[in-house]
Design a protein around this ligand. Structure first.
Ligand code: HEC
Length: 481
């Protein structure tokens, strides 16, 4: 009898967690709600009865007015309704007696979307658009709206928020992984010592890069901070589940477009473009030949394509052979390439700045730097020094620690702005509103709905071969493109 009760309890728990995850239809509905993007057919919107001004629903997705959490974002005198299912399924009477409507059901909600009338059939204010939407997309949208305000929030309860960090836990890079983990746990410890965030404790769990995709898909983490893995299936999961992720560098091509991933430092593409803009400034209006080489990786390949396009727009020709400028993108063995391509000037994006670059003596060499020591403000230096002391950080992994510090600081800021009723969508929305946020240890971080790289551009650094040093050759360059 007792065993039976335990079995039943187990079943109930299992059923609850399965019901928690969004179905594929609900996920498609979420894309419509958040981005106006239907799976069946493009969705359009118009206001009032005037369908002459029909526009794409992606310009006016539901979330732009009703908020990522459905509670409504008031703007001026307009107050978009709270459209959480729990609210829509209650009848409504306005206090001045002017307005009343019965509770919504799926059919009435579908009608509201297409005709902008409420559940009583009363026309809504013309601010609420009318949507031209395929039946299948509308079914998906309604399926999602029934979950809105009650979506699964794995890793979050009243007592704690659990965050993952993906690092190598074995092998030669394990010590660097451990350094990143200690930065995040140290940062969380400091917050927990002050009572946590809205009464919740912050916890971090290190996930080995080898098993990360499976573990994160298992849904135990509210968010992810710091990823050191080139497994692109990880990106697929993060974006499909819309898990907020903040990490120093974009690691896979997919992650650049992943809608819930945010990066601290500029990627290869904007580094390459910053270098080209720097060269254009130096060379005046001269027509140049540029040779572009890259490391063969997907990110570098994509960056090379954009860089070539940028050269063309500057009126320069692009090839693989002898040229006035050689642009190397990614982890390229630059001295080896320089031995085969004849060129007086070399631009380097994304290569690690090591002593081997001094072998390029005789050439003019410029390297893109996503950050310089000067980005650490006086306040930031004090902060990171006492942090390092308090949490016994090892000086050996200083660069990785600084990056992790910036990432966890940005993530916690977004959590804080999400408030007590934080959800994943609120964290993503808070990140997209971050503007000029000072981490103290990097350039200021700015994101936007279409900009998930916090610091677009680069410094350009030159090499002084006599003194065997690197020295800044430019201020921060934000590429024009
Ligand atoms: C441009 C802003 C805007 C967009 C975009 C928008 N709405 Fe609205 N919506 C409103 C406003 C404002 C109201 C309140 C109108 C009123 O009070 O008459 C409203 C009302 C509603 C209502 C009625 C709620 C009630 O209590 O009767 C529903 C349902 C609704 N919207 C759903 C949606 C859905 C679903 C989408 C996306 C497909 C959407 N809205 C897109 C502004 C918007």
């Amino acid at each position: 009898m007792k065993r039976c009760a335990i079995a039943v309890a187990f079943l109930v728990v299992a059923a609850a967690s399965a019901a928690d995850l969004l179905t594929p239809a609900e996920k498609r509905g979420r894309e419509i709600y958040l981005h106006g993007q239907g799976a069946a057919r493009p969705i359009t919107a118009f206001f009032g009865s005037d369908d002459a001004g029909e526009i794409s629903a992606s310009v006016v997705p539901c979330a732009s007015c009703h908020g990522p959490d459905g509670r409504g974002v008031p703007e001026g005198t307009v107050a978009p309704s709270d459209v959480r299912w729990s609210v829509l399924t209650k009848p409504f009477f306005s206090s001045d007696g002017g307005r009343r409507r019965p509770r919504y059901d799926a059919g009435l909600l579908a009608r509201a979307v297409r005709e902008a009338v409420d559940a009583a059939g009363t026309p809504l204010f013309a601010v609420m658009p009318r949507y031209r939407i395929d039946d299948r997309d509308l079914d998906d949208l309604v399926a999602y709206l029934r979950r809105l305000g009650n979506e699964p929030q794995p890793g979050l309860d009243d007592a704690a928020i659990v965050v993952g960090t993906v690092v190598p836990l074995t092998g030669p890079r394990a010590p660097a992984g451990e350094a990143v983990r200690s930065v995040i746990s140290g940062y969380f410890d400091d917050i927990n010592a002050e009572g946590g965030l809205f009464g919740r404790r912050l916890k971090v769990e290190a996930i080995d890069a080898a098993t990360a995709a499976k573990k994160i898909a298992g849904g135990q983490f509210f968010g992810v901070v710091g990823v050191s893995s080139d497994d692109s299936s990880l990106d697929d999961i993060v974006s499909a589940e819309r898990i907020p992720l903040v990490t120093p560098f974009a690691t896979a091509l997919e992650s650049r477009s992943a809608v819930s991933s945010f990066f601290i430092f500029s990627d290869l593409e904007s580094q390459a473009l910053a270098l080209l803009d720097f060269a254009a400034e130096r060379e005046g209006k001269r027509a140049l030949r540029v040779a572009i080489v890259h490391d063969g990786g997907k990110l570098a390949d994509a960056a090379a394509t954009v860089a070539a396009r940028h050269c063309n727009s500057l009126g320069w020709t692009v090839g693989k052979r002898d040229a006035e400028i050689l642009l190397a993108i990614g982890s390229v063995d630059v001295p080896a390439v320089a031995a085969t391509v004849k060129t007086p000037q070399i631009l380097i994006a994304g290569a690690s700045v090591t002593k081997s670059l001094f072998e390029l003596r005789g050439k003019t060499v410029f390297v893109a730097a996503p950050t310089l020591p000067g980005d650490i403000s006086d306040e930031g230096r004090g902060e990171i020094e006492s942090f390092a002391m308090r949490h016994h950080l090892s000086p050996e992994h200083h660069a990785a620690e600084i990056s992790a510090y910036a990432a966890v600081k940005v993530f916690v800021e977004a959590l804080r702005r999400g408030g007590r009723d934080v959800t994943r969508e609120k964290v993503i929305a808070s990140l997209e509103h971050l503007y000029g946020f000072a981490t103290g240890v990097t350039p200021a971080i700015t994101y936007g709905p279409n900009r998930h790289i916090g610091t677009v551009g680069a410094y350009v650094v030159g090499i002084d071969f006599d003194r065997r040093t690197f020295s800044p050759a430019s201020r921060w360059i934000t590429p024009a493109e």
